[in-house]
Structure formats: structure tokens, C-alpha cells
Design a binder for this molecule. Sequence first.
Ligand code: ATP
Ligand code: MG
Ligand code: MG
Length: 406
Amino acid sequence: SQASRVTHETSPSKDDVPVHGLSEVIVGVLGGGQLGRMLCQAASQMAIKVMVLDPLENCPASALSYHHMVGSFDDSATVREFAKRCDVLTVEIEHVDVATMEMLEQQGVDCQPKASTIRIIQDKYLQKVHFSRHAIPLPEFMQIDDLEGAKRAGELFGYPLMLKSKRLAYDGRGNAVAHNEEELSSAVAALGGFDRGLYVEKWAPFVKELAVIVARGRDNSILCYPVVETIHKENICHIVRAPANVSWDIRKHATDVAYKAVSSLEGAGVFAVELFLTGDGQILLNEVAPRPHNSGHHTIEACYTSQFEQHLRAVVGLPLGEPSMKTPAAVMYNILGEDEGEPGFILAHQLIRRALSIPGATVHWYDKPEMRKQRKMGHVTIVGPSMGDVEERLKSILKGEGSDCK
Ligand code: ATP
Ligand code: MG
Ligand code: MG
């Protein structure tokens, strides 16, 4: 069957699938959001079959997948049923039922990256413990179990103090800043209380945020993409500049830290390493994503091999592709929901229309069924001969909406 289907009953069994595409492996992706969608786009180019598991019937990846199984990637029976139909299991989100992945792995199911990696990463505190054991530089951190503990952390690390929930964090939902001791209890409350599992991080006095996409093949070969600069607005990735405008030394240092961090994790795929650059030239690790990432969207237009194609190559065991840039400069702008519902769609469409008239700009729209404030609805990548040039083009797209491009 060529058409994608959204039913459980008619899902193809892997034994029915004849030789196909660049790989006969059916790739099962836990999650069907925009990352899953862009994985499907890369897969279609190589005729690789991608099945997605996502609870939303009209999730972004649904229409582009070989098959969409409607169900939760956090439900054991569903994940087990899904795994039966795939040759290799991967993720586009780390908040999956990792205990089931571990069990499946023991039964011989091929998970890439390994369940051990997902387990470490899905709990940010565990992730910090893991990386500090591997001598990766990070902001100091400490688990907090009650207000007394939070106060002790404040005395130790000073203010502002970053409070984070250990699990289920994304787009800054799961972070709260306390500027002084008095704000601790409201920050804890904003994160849902101590029962949610909280920890604190010392404030990282960064001058820039950097990110490196690192790919590892099944043969353990590792390739790093050029370092990029990420600009966050209210904890959400807003703009990515590639390459990062930092010295060769800093680029080398950032790449080394990213390489070392990924080397400490198991399995094939792409990994995104988020980093802080401090005023005195230190690189501190913020977090790692075990999957394609927002800081690598520009690779679709700007690099010889996109992060999505790279992830597929890695998990099915094809040779990794060249990660370097094929254009001097690229900027990626996230289209975030500015309003709920129809008014939000109108604003986004106005921006998209402006982008479509700009040379070198490519529009990606994720086709999310609902528009919500601050939700990632799509992105625009602009490639060109210099960073100054692509920034100018981005400004002209943003003109008319209170240009917020720094
Ligand atoms: P993502 O969508 O990247 O998964 P997240 O919800 O996991 O985001 P973090 O990456 O932990 O959140 O933090 C989001 C942003 O908050 C960072 O990119 C950075 O701008 C800021 N931030 C996080 N930790 C610190 C810190 N210790 N000191 C200063 N700023 C921080
Ligand atoms: Mg995160
Ligand atoms: Mg992050």
C-alpha cells in the first residue's frame, strides 16, 4: 500500500513489504510531530518507509508517513504492538515509555538510539548526573525536595536561580526562575510542586547559546555539524544562525564538548547538544536531545545532508552523509503562534506570504491542527552569501510585525 492510513486494523505487517527504497528496513518513529514529519520528508526522497506512532489522528507526520498508528508512545501495550511492525525503533520525542523500550530491546528489538540513552535524557536531573560523571562541563546543579533544600541551593548558587522539572520539559515549559529567596515558593508552585520532581541549576551567565548536531552511525562513526548560534525568546528557540559567529577556538571547543557528550551515550542517530558560551570563553552543556532538533532545521537547505536524512541513514545503517554547509550563511526563524485560532493563522499567513517573496527563503509549515500561542507552527530558513545578507532578508520578512530580529 502506498497511501498512509490511520487505522490499527489495516496496518501493514512487515512481512508483506517487498524490497523497497534505499533500505528495506521499516523505521518506526515514536512521535509524529514536526520532527517526525520532516523525517518522513527525508525518507520519501530515499524511499525509506517510516511508520509513526502518535495519539493525534491529524498529527503533522500523519499524512506523509507510510503508516500512522494512532496511539500513545507512552503506553506499553501500544508501543509493543507498534514495535512488531517495525524493523528499527527510533524517537522524535524523548518523553516515551522507556521501560517498554528497554524490555523490547532485551527481546531483540532494535532501538536506535538505545533505550539507555532515552532513559538518561528524559530525566534532566539524571542527564546532568550522567554528564558530570563523564566530566562534561555544566552549570552546577542540585536536586531539591522541599523549600529548605531550595533555600540551601539559593545560598550555594546565588540568584537568579533556575528551577527545572526533571521530566516532561520542552520549550521552556518546566523552567522557572527565582530572582531571590522570596520567589522560590512561587517558582516551585509554577512547576507544579516538589512532587513533580524538581532540581535547580546555577544561573549560566552566557553571552551566547550554541548548539551542535552530532550524528553517530551504526558503525559508531561520529560526525559533527558546524556550530550554530541559537537565540531563545522566553525559553523558546526563536532564531538559529549558521554558522555561529564565534572564533575558531570556540567552535573547536564547542564541537569537542558536543562530541564527548554524545560519545558517552549509546546508539545510532542524530543528537543535538545545547551549549552555553560564557564571557570568559567557557562552554557549558545545557542539555542533549537524542533526535533531530530545532537547532538543525536549517540543515535541510544549508547542509549537504540534512539532520533528518542523517538520522535515517544512521538508524538504518547507511553511510553517514557530509554535514558541512553548502551555503555561506543561513538563518532559521521559528513561526510561533502569536494568537489562538483563526487570528493566529492570519498573522502566520501574512508572514509566510512575505517570506515567499524573498529569494533564498524556504517556508516549512507543519500543518498542526490547532493554532496556539507560542506553539511552533512552522519555520522559515533563509540561505545566502553572508550572515549580514540573510539577516537583512529576515528583517524584511518580519517588517510589519514589530521586527524582533536582533
Ligand atoms: P527545549 O525546547 O530546548 O527542550 P527545555 O524546556 O528543555 O527546552 P532548557 O533547554 O532547559 O528548556 O532551557 C530553555 C532555555 O532557558 C535555554 O535555552 C536557556 O536560554 C535558558 N536556560 C536554561 N538553563 C539555564 C541556566 N542554568 N542558566 C541560564 N539560562 C538557562
Ligand atoms: Mg529540552
Ligand atoms: Mg533546551
